[in-house]
Design a binder for this molecule. Sequence first.
Ligand code: CUA
Length: 197
Amino acid sequence: MSDQAHGPEDGATPAEEHGGDNGVHVEKWEGIWMRISVVIVVVFILAIVISTTAFGIGVPGVGGRINPNTLSDPGNPFEKPGIRELAPGKYEVYMVAQTWNFMPEKIEVPVNSQVTFYLTARDVIHGFKLAGTNVNMMALPGQISTLSATFDKPGVYNYICHEYCGYVAGAPIGHHTMYGQLTVLPTHALTTTATTN
Ligand code: CUA
């Protein structure tokens, strides 16, 4: 130990000698970086809070488990995949991903609709990515993935499978043919649409 060291062995700490001053000595740059670290953490927490509240960005949740062999059984929520209206502007979509298509392959909702997706897979792992939106989930046999999204811009949104599900023994590869289309209509009610096909 050098002569300049004044440890607790000397009887009094520097802080005690100076009558307080919080008792902790922090170097100038150490203090600056400690403050920067705190600011960065606060900014990250704010980014999460703002993205989940203001922008509605969330991670897919686990909506439950389901036996993939029972999806077609009477009374199964995935028996007739498709869209259901819960209330004006509120919908739920039960969707089955399978080799190699989505059921349903087409969805229509009026603009500003809030849609909750319930997604599962019948055979192997598939993916569900709704291009141009934040909707992006995995479709797992035995599990129901769920995610809500609000569609405030009319247009056509393609959804694709983004998990490579191409090969089943003896069958041609069809991963790239697995897609569908969600149309956001520029009206506020499905029944009064006057779109020409
Ligand atoms: Cu289903 Cu790739």
